[in-house]
Design a protein around this ligand. Structure first.
Ligand code: SF4
Length: 188
């Protein structure tokens, strides 16, 4: 838990209603989206270990109370970590968890997450051939989460592709209660 695997972290009140959220940006990704807004997270040297984050968490808990924090796994792609299950288990006993993922790799125990944001990608991102099937699986896999959302970065060039994907996925999205959110793209 001393290895540096996290590029940065952000604390705020976005992901968990009535809780302080600590969002961890894990380094590295298994896709290479041309519009990636976190390219530096994927390519630059990571700065923090899980132990660093536990220290930060402890300080926040001293100020706000023991059950005041939700942990958000983001990136990059958090599921790429070899010891991801161990990392999940380190936090899940005392904190609600959320995951932001492209859905290609599925963690062992989806029911440990209270909320999930799945990011739908396009063929320009180096996605595997069976991506849409995998994404469909992910919708069922994370079914037990209380808050479920699909994020789509809104880029004109890719909109037809996204809409085709959404047609294919429509029934699965509805069956599993996912909300779809389009996010405006601002080139950084
Ligand atoms: S999946 Fe997300 S983090 Fe990975 S390259 Fe695409 S936009 Fe960037």
């Amino acid at each position: 838990m001393n290895k540096k695997i996290i590029y940065n972290y952000y604390d705020g009140f976005v992901d968990f209603p009535n809780k302080y959220s600590l969002t961890l940006f894990f380094s590295g990704c298994n896709l290479s989206c041309p519009f990636c807004y976190n390219k530096h997270v994927n390519s630059d040297t990571p700065n923090f270990s899980i132990n660093d984050i536990l220290e930060k968490k402890h300080k926040i808990e001293i100020c706000f109370g023991k059950h005041s924090i939700g942990i958000v796994f983001s990136g990059g792609e958090p599921t790429l970590q070899n010891n991801f299950e161990e990392i999940i288990n380190t936090f899940v006993k005392s904190n609600p968890l959320s995951i932001h993922t492209n859905g290609i790799i599925l963690p062992e125990h989806p029911n440990k997450f209270q909320s999930v944001i799945l990011s739908l990608k396009t063929i320009d991102c180096g996605i595997p051939k069976n991506y849409i099937e995998r994404f469909k699986n992910a919708l069922y896999y994370y079914n037990s989460c209380e808050l479920k959302q699909i994020n789509i970065v809104k880029i004109n060039k890719y909109m037809n592709e996204y809409m085709e994907y959404l047609d294919i996925l429509k029934e699965d999205v509805d069956n599993n209660g996912f909300d779809i959110k389009f996010i405006e793209y601002y080139k950084i």
